[in-house]
Design a protein. Structure first.
Length: 343
């Protein structure tokens, strides 16, 4: 049996994929949702069917005791709390492969960004949280492209499992590989995590262009220059460009930055169409991770003295109510002197 922690859209989609090969134990805090899944094999919040090989539970201890391989997939701002609750039941033999694409803050509150100095030590990936909060050593991450809606619809897709450990990659492949899902592996764990988090920002920018009615030429330019910024972030914290130019990087970026099924793209599109951040947040069932990532990445870039104009402009638009069309004009006139400068 394989465990999944988090019954949101992506967690439930992964549970359905795992169910092609294994029995699955799916954790949710919501008892009514657990009852619905176990009784009707239906996720009422997502209006989606759940495999009859998926059993839901509200008991984290049950997940840890019955499952050696566990996929934690909860929002980044809840991930550390979840790990603290799960940690007493974990043992060194457990394998954890998370599917959360975002950052956690340690030693500083999200609301205090910009008031207090932030360093790399304050910004944690989910694998770093797992190491900090538990005895688990064999850790991996699921990197995209993985749009939950397409997975629910049975469309073929692929993923990358990033881990330092071959046995984690192999365990993930055995559990997930099917005619619907192709799994690749990489040892570039940090690079895969950074790519998965940072591409959500670029997807917001791409969505803004869509909301403004812009064409594919400018969208392609933004995605390309956004990839350059992702690579600069990676190099600044010690990763190579390798993960960013593979499936976990370019593949996930193109998918997330061009699809109406992407929460981050949809958030940006609604911004471009004139809605406010507050209006969008109030009507999105699941918040786009890129909103949080933009804030953290902007302030980390300031600390690292990185030249990341797209990140800086997105921060102004999302958090400072900066005029979108003026922001676009600034980016169009920004003096990019070199096309590719990371090779």
């Amino acid at each position: 049996m394989v465990g999944v922690i988090g019954a949101g859209s992506f967690g439930t989609a992964i549970a359905n994929l795992l169910a092609y090969n294994r029995d699955v134990l799916l954790y949710s805090r919501q008892k009514d949702l657990v009852d619905s899944i176990n009784t009707n094999h239906f996720h009422k919040d997502l209006n989606a069917s759940v495999s009859d090989k998926v059993i839901a539970t509200t008991d984290l201890q049950e997940v840890a005791e019955k499952c050696t391989l566990i996929f934690p997939i909860v929002p980044s701002d809840s991930f550390r709390e979840m790990m603290k609750n799960l940690s007493p039941y974990l043992r060194p033999y457990h394998l954890l492969i998370h599917g959360t694409k975002g950052f956690d803050l340690k030693g500083i509150q999200f609301e205090d960004l910009g008031k207090e100095k932030i360093t790399r030590k304050n910004v944690c990936t989910m694998s770093e949280i797992i190491r900090q909060e538990s005895v688990v050593v064999r850790i991996g991450c699921l990197a995209g492209p993985n749009l939950a809606k397409e997975i629910f619809d049975g469309q073929p897709t692929a993923t990358v499992i990033g881990s330092k450990f071959d046995e984690v990659i192999e365990a993930g492949k055995k559990a997930l590989n099917s005619r619907h899902f192709q799994v690749f592996g990489t040892h570039e764990l940090l690079g895969a995590e950074l790519a998965g988090a940072l591409k959500n920002m670029i997807a917001i920018g791409s969505g803004i262009l869509g909301g403004l009615g812009m064409g594919k030429n400018i969208q392609a330019l933004l995605i390309n220059r956004g990839l350059m910024e992702m690579i600069h972030f990676g190099k600044a914290v010690g990763t190579s460009p390798k993960a960013f130019v593979g499936t976990a990087g370019i593949g996930d970026l193109i998918c997330t930055a061009t699809s109406e099924n992407s929460r981050n793209y949809s958030f940006g599109k609604r911004l471009g169409q004139g809605e406010t951040v507050e209006q969008i947040k109030a009507t999105m069932p699941e918040l786009a991770e890129g909103i949080r990532t933009v804030n953290i990445a902007k302030h980390l870039a300031d600390h690292l003295n990185l030249n990341v104009p797209i990140t800086q402009m997105l921060y102004r638009v999302v958090y400072n109510d900066f005029d979108i069309e003026k922001g676009l004009e600034f980016l169009m006139r920004y003096p990019y002197y070199v096309d590719v400068d990371f090779l």
